[in-house]
Design a protein around this ligand. Structure first.
Ligand SMILES: C[S@@+](CC[C@H](N)C(=O)[O-])C[C@H]1O[C@@H](n2cnc3c(N)ncnc32)[C@H](O)[C@@H]1O
Length: 194
């Protein structure tokens, strides 16, 4: 990503987080909540990473369930709101400002969450950063006529793409779904690394 594009992306998200009370709402991802039992049955430990965590709604949910959570995001404004929220909830999360376009993981995680964010070259890096038996939860928008047209194509999955990508990694897709006709068409899956 060029310096200008990087600054634009950061500015865009900083502005959204500054101007909207809660961009993705206060509730954690429905998919994460609905699949918590499945995740808990398979996850090999408690070290978790929330990729592009925004204001941290999912980080906080995981921290309250006993995970040691790190949250990465490009927006300092979103992260600061996350820190204030975390204090109100009485949990601790390691929120860090990074640009995931050029981020190299230095640690291993038992659980990685990638929600409402798509950076294709981060996917193999995320799988590599999973511990053995680690779980990756992926939930993001798919291109379809129903997607609001303020989303750029490069940030949208193509139909069938998510499963195809994860079938190429050593491990198992525990569950997956693709809903192309929803108001917000998404593809979601839970992958366990071998
Ligand atoms: C739609 S929000 C999703 C937030 C969160 N995952 C959730 O579901 O509540 C997308 C997030 O991606 C972050 N983001 C966009 N580009 C990024 C980049 N290059 N590096 C890190 N974070 C980025 C934004 O700041 C924003 O918080």
């Amino acid at each position: 990503m060029h310096q200008d594009a990087e600054e634009n992306s950061q500015l865009k998200w900083d502005n959204r987080f500054r101007n909207e009370t809660c961009v993705l709402g206060i509730d954690p991802s429905r998919y994460l909540v609905d699949h918590l039992d499945l995740i808990m049955a398979h996850v090999p430990g408690t070290k978790a990473l929330d990729v592009a965590c925004g204001e941290g709604r999912n980080s906080i949910f995981l921290a309250k369930r006993g995970f040691q959570v790190s949250g990465l995001d490009i927006s300092a404004v979103g992260l600061e709101k996350g820190r204030q929220w975390m204090e109100r909830e009485g949990v601790t999360i390691d929120f860090r400002a990074v640009n995931l376009e050029r981020y190299e993981f230095t640690e291993q995680y038992d659980l990685i969450l990638n929600c409402n964010f798509l950076l294709r070259n981060l996917i193999p890096k995320s799988v590599a950063a999973l511990s053995s038996g680690g779980i990756l939860v992926f939930d993001t928008l798919v291109d379809s006529p129903f997607v609001p047209n303020n989303h750029s194509k490069e940030h949208l999955l193509q139909p069938g793409e998510l499963v195809r990508i994860f079938q190429g990694f050593p491990g198992k897709i525990l569950t997956q779904e693709e809903k192309l006709h929803d108001e917000m068409p998404t593809a979601k899956l839970i992958f366990q690394k071998k």
